[in-house]
Design a protein around this ligand. Structure first.
Ligand SMILES: *Cc1c(COP(=O)(O)O)cnc(C)c1O
Length: 389
């Protein structure tokens, strides 16, 4: 029985999740202990103190590393803590180049926190190879990507960006929260660090907060582990337990949710109350051909669209759905709706928001596991209610 030959779905259930030898329990126990007894002073066993390592967290990390094809993973208290850990590898005077279509919280971390320690940050359209090439400086140490991007679902060619980044001597990371390892495995495309907000699809049930990094180079893993252990934003055992449970159904959930998202995107694209739909699975999407190459088995369960209405009407659409719940976050079994301009991307400067195409009429959907017919009926009535004169 060779674990490496198992398929994705089998590894999601069994790798790192062996039954408990002490009791035979089919599910590994939840280890809440903060410290571990040693046989002799100064002679350490595998676990000594839960910030440095915890068996339940280790199980989650082992499963995720297998799904992404990495040499190891590190689990954090949140997605932001995971991204922050990567930026802590840099020093004053260094430069970070990041995609223009990134998560609002990452934008804030880079511009308000990293900049405070003397790190320069520039945003660039990573879907434009010429612009990307020009944006590097001799100080660029990190290229930070996100694909699909947020909230316009831009698709970045990971392989091409990894090549350019490495040519300039930069570390290349990607926030792969929207894609999940079901649809894209960035390490196979030459990316150095994959980041996940485990709060989203990995957990999948809106009941935990967590983040993760996966890498393919053991040296890089060591440097990141050192920083994580020194700064302490580790994932708690209960979250690790929930994350491991979530990953067992990740493949089924993401594939099915992506299927429903595609149907919704097609339906919205054919509706005259809708001005524009952003979904990489549509042929009209500028990143469609890259997505076809880079994403396997689906285009994700996130989509956004612009209504033919103003800020207030858009707000009213988001407030008129009954099944889609008005909330930020994403990736869980329940569908969510939000207005990026007033919610997830409120921390962007208004001018930057405009520049990056995040208009007042934009609505973002996280498509859950409910039935398509119910979801469409809900959107249809909300559009009718909110856009009537
Ligand atoms: C939610 C999210 C994050 C941040 O993760 P937290 O777990 O909320 O800290 C980062 N990137 C993307 C794409 C996200 O959706």
């Amino acid at each position: 029985m060779n674990e490496e030959n198992w398929s994705f779905r089998t590894r999601a259930i069994h790798v790192g999740q062996a039954n408990d030898p002490a009791t035979g329990a089919v599910v590994p126990p939840l280890h809440v202990a903060s410290t571990f007894v040693q046989h002799h002073a100064g002679e350490w066993r595998e676990f000594d103190y839960s910030r440095s390592g915890n068996p339940t967290r280790k199980a989650f990390e082992t499963t995720l590393a297998s799904l992404e094809g990495g040499c190891g993973a590190l689990a954090f208290a949140s997605g932001m803590a995971a991204t922050h850990c990567v930026t802590m590898l840099l020093e004053a005077g260094d430069h970070i180049l990041a995609g223009a279509d990134i998560y609002g919280g990452t934008y804030r971390l880079l511009h308000k926190i990293c900049s405070r320690s003397g790190i320069e940050v520039t945003l660039v359209d990573t879907t434009n190879p010429a612009a990307l090439e020009q944006a590097f400086t001799p100080k660029t140490q990190l290229l930070w990507l996100e694909s699909p991007g947020n909230p316009l679902m831009s698709i970045t060619d990971l392989k091409a960006c990894a090549d350019v980044g490495h040519r300039h001597g930069a570390l290349v990371g990607v926030d792969s929260t929207f894609a999940t390892p079901v649809l894209t495995r960035p390490l196979e495309h030459g990316i150095d660090v994959v980041m996940h907000s485990a709060t989203k699809y990995l957990g999948g049930h809106s009941d935990m907060l967590g983040g993760a990094l996966v890498v393919r180079d053991p040296e890089l893993l060591k440097r990141l582990y050192y920083t994580q252990n020194a700064t302490g934003a580790v994932m708690g055992p209960l979250e690790a337990f929930l994350g491991s449970r979530g990953m067992k159904t990740l493949d089924l959930r993401v594939r099915e949710q992506s299927r429903t998202a595609l149907r919704l995107a097609e339906t919205l694209a054919g509706d005259k109350r809708v001005a524009k739909v952003f979904y990489p699975g549509l042929k009209s999407h500028p990143g469609h051909s890259i997505a076809v190459r880079q994403m396997v088995g689906g285009f994700g369960a996130m989509l956004s669209f612009e209504v033919a209405g103003d800020f207030t009407q858009t707000k009213r659409v988001c407030e008129s759905t009954k099944l889609f719940q008005l909330a930020v976050s994403l990736g869980a079994v329940e569908s969510l709706i939000e207005q990026p301009a007033s919610m997830s991307h409120a921390s962007y400067d208004p001018a930057d928001r405009k520049k990056h195409g995040i208009n007042d009429g934009l609505i973002r959907l996280s498509v859950g596991l409910e039935e398509f017919d119910d979801l469409w009926a809900d959107l249809d009535q909300a559009l009718a209610a909110a856009l009537k004169k």
